[in-house]
Write a protein that binds this ligand. Structure first.
Ligand code: CP
Ligand code: NVA
Length: 304
């Protein structure tokens, strides 16, 4: 059977995604009850990080250890990847020694090239274009707090970035409506918007986009690799902040999410993480549980 990768949410079927989320919640209960699990005993995950990370690194490394396996952190600074060894050669070699590979990098085609040459499953742990692992955690969190997201309205406020692109994929896979409130010039790629059809709408005015929504989500104004644009973006995005006033326009039971790290006073007001609608800490913790389920799916082919 061909090896399965997880480079975007489209690499799994909607049924598989829903089963994976249910499994993630049961792994969470098991873990909280102190039940030991060694489904990935003796298995090894290689983790290639070309960008910084707190949540992704800790969740993958802890997740492998909790399932009886281990994880290996590889930085381009200390491996031949940083000295120009072709990505395909690296993929052949690394995947001949480990059970799965996780990559966080810049250009999305780096993970697709690696995956094409890899004998082991490859997981996209964030590229400039997509962050599918975060969406697993976000969808698990919504499900745990509010049940199925099918038919709900989600409002994205801010940059049409990797997280926004993954929300577009999520709208298609989980069948919800997505409104994207972003300043002109920061919209997601037209091809992706066209693919999503009328499930996804771009609305310049954040108030209009937030009205009646079931979930409000945002992310930093300048992503990793865009540090030099910080000042320009601060002025371009100044009207695109999630704060209690914007939350009031949403449905009374609306949730607030942010993948973190957050910049208080920029894309969110200082009080937003502790707001009554906020589920950001559950969302962050669910990275662990969702990815444990993902690792079992990719390495063992199991969803329960
Ligand atoms: N949300 C997220 O991916 O966080 P890190 O950059 O800390 O991994
Ligand atoms: N859009 C952000 C997400 C960080 C988890 C970035 O790429 O830096």
């Amino acid at each position: 059977m061909a090896v399965r990768h997880f480079l975007t949410l489209n690499d799994m079927t909607p049924d598989e995604l829903n089963q994976l989320l249910a499994h993630a919640s049961s792994l969470k209960q098991e873990w909280r009850a102190g039940k030991l699990r060694d489904s990935l005993k003796n298995r090894v995950l290689a983790m290639i990080f070309e960008k910084s990370s707190t949540r992704t690194r800790v969740s993958f490394e802890a997740g492998m250890a909790q399932l009886g396996g281990s994880a290996m952190f590889l930085s381009p600074r200390d491996t031949q990847l940083g000295r120009g060894e072709p990505i395909e050669d690296s993929a052949i070699v690394i995947s001949s020694m480990v059970d799965a590979v996780m990559i966080r990098t810049f250009a999305h085609n780096k993970v697709t090239s690696f995956a094409d040459a890899s004998k082991a499953p490859v997981i996209n742990a964030l590229t400039d274009d997509f962050h599918p692992c975060q969406l697993l955690a976000d969808m698990q969190t919504y499900r745990e707090h509010r049940g199925s997201i099918q038919g709900a309205t989600v409002t994205w406020v801010g940059d049409g970035n990797n997280m926004c692109n993954s929300y577009i994929n999520a709208a298609m896979q989980f069948d919800f409506n997505l409104r994207i409130a972003c300043p002109a010039g920061y919209e997601p790629a037209k091809a992706l918007l066209d693919k999503a059809g009328n499930r996804v709408t771009v609305i310049a005015d954040p108030d209009e986009a937030a009205r009646g929504a079931n979930l409000l989500v945002t992310d930093v104004w300048a992503s990793m690799g865009q540090e030099e644009e910080q000042q320009t973006r601060e002025s371009d995005f100044k009207d695109y902040q999630i704060n209690p006033k914007l939350m009031q326009l949403a449905d009374k039971d609306a949730l607030f999410m942010h993948c973190l790290p957050a910049h208080r006073g920029e894309e969110i007001s200082a009080d937003m993480l502790e707001h009554s609608s906020s589920v950001v800490w559950d969302e962050a913790e669910n990275r662990l549980h969702a990815q444990k389920a993902l690792l079992e799916f990719l390495i063992l082919g199991q969803l329960d």
